[in-house]
Design a protein around this ligand. Structure first.
Ligand code: CP3
Length: 388
């Protein structure tokens, strides 16, 4: 079985090196391309029984991997890498080839949408993303275009099609986008922010204007995610990285309401399968019950929330993904193993858990430590799924 093999031994064949056989199964209309060797992620997201807990990690393709840094240098810039489907595909596959992961996530960024809206995305070394033309007044908001996900953003579905071909059904491919609120924070602030001074001024002084911006963002994101599903994404994740910065009332009105609207507009069936949606509000632990009613199949949790308590609160409504503190990966491998055991025990037994970090892996983490985490999940999680 391919999933039992140690990944990393095989260099990735160049695109086009393999011959694909599109054998059509009689009567079903489903091609061999849609068959999965390892569908643990999809089963866990649907809360179906699995023999062990599937594992993938946020930002699994990134700077902590030397092979990523090489391709990144070759591409010249981060956006050039995202916009080159061949290279984006290659980078997406790197962690899947190196580790025993149960999913690939498309290498891209949530800021592709503001970039396609013409806001001029660039990265200041060591400072994170910046937008040259943030939207801060009525005119800018009303003139903001809703980009065509199959045209201006066509490099994303292209990268998905290519990656699906290269994956050959080894593991499912996850597509993603930012939430409307999280995208709006970048669009208004023009950079990563601590206090969200500008967008919160807008929220309190001109709520109707912020609603207009969020509506446009929601429409763009819905179209973008549907284009990803159409191209072959087998699960979707919505990153609401900054929802946790809002007050209780504002979270419901300005973040959750628009995430719900996106989820409602998504294509949920493709290639004879349900397309599960994972919704992640960082620091959203207070609102899990409301998030569980968002229409998502699973909630991503950061490390500030207990998986066990979250499970009691959401009941059978959604699966849970998370939630090891990424900083635990700085520790020794034996400590990492203990932390994996603790995380698995916190969730308890039975289906509905996808192992992940509580946020993206840090660039300074050693790949061996990531391996220790993944191997510990493989080794320790079957005991949490034994049939009685
Ligand atoms: O998970 C994966 O492997 C897929 C790739 C992925 C990236 N960004 C690659 C990336 C995903 C899912 C994202 C989402 C993203 N991007 C979010 C939401 C998730 C989260 O982390 O909260 C946000 C807020 C962004 C915006 C963004 N893009 C930031 C804050 C940064 C980091 C800037 C820095 O220098 O650390 C980026 C750039 C980025 N996106 C990098 C990667 C690998 C690093 C850029 C580089 O290689 O130079």
């Amino acid at each position: 079985m391919r999933i039992a093999e140690r990944a990393g031994a095989q260099p990735m064949p160049r695109h086009g090196a393999r011959v694909l056989h599109y054998a059509v199964f009689p009567y079903s209309g489903i091609t061999a391309l849609s068959q999965l060797d390892n569908d643990l992620l999809l089963r866990a997201l649907n809360r179906e029984p699995v023999p062990r807990t599937p594992v993938w990690i946020m930002r699994q393709a990134g700077r902590y991997l030397p092979e990523y840094r090489r391709i990144r240098e070759q591409a010249g810039s981060f956006m050039a890498l995202c916009q080159n489907p061949e290279l984006a595909c290659q980078v997406t596959l790197q962690p899947v080839e190196r580790f025993r992961l149960d999913a690939a996530i498309l290498f891209s960024d949530i800021l592709t949408i503001p970039e396609a809206m013409g806001l001029g995305l660039y990265f200041e070394p060591g400072e994170g993303p910046r937008l040259k033309h943030p939207v801060r007044d009525e005119r800018a908001i009303d003139q903001l275009p809703v980009p065509d996900a199959r045209d201006e953003l066509g490099y994303v579905p292209d990268a998905i099609r290519l990656t699906r071909r290269e994956l050959q059904g080894r593991v499912p491919l996850i597509g993603f986008a930012g939430s409307p609120w999280t995208l709006a924070t970048y669009m208004v602030e023009g950079e990563s922010s601590r206090e969200f001074r500008r967008i919160k001024t807008l929220l309190y002084d001109r709520p109707e204007l912020l609603h207009r911006l969020l509506s446009k963002a929601a429409d763009s994101i819905t179209d973008y995610l549907n284009a990803q599903t159409e191209a072959g994404a087998q699960a979707l994740m919505i990153f609401d990285t900054w929802g946790g910065a809002l007050s209780h009332e504002a979270y419901h009105a300005f973040s959750l309401a628009y995430a719900k609207r996106v989820i409602k507009g998504l294509t949920r069936q493709r290639e004879g399968r349900h397309i599960p949606v994972i919704f992640f509000t960082k620091n959203g632990g207070l609102w899990l019950e409301a998030m569980a009613d968002s229409g998502a199949d699973a909630l991503g949790l950061d490390w500030s929330t207990s998986l066990g308590e979250a499970r009691q609160r959401v009941g059978e409504r959604v699966a849970l993904q998370g939630n090891l503190d990424p900083c635990a990966l700085y520790a020794r491998p034996e400590t990492i193993r203990t932390e994996v055991a603790r995380t698995l025990a916190d969730y308890g037994t039975g289906p509905g858990h996808v192992f992940n970090l509580g946020h993206g892996v840090h660039p300074e983490i050693q790949p061996d430590h990531v391996d220790a985490m993944i191997e510990a999940v493989h080794e320790l999680s079957p005991a949490h799924h034994e049939q009685r």
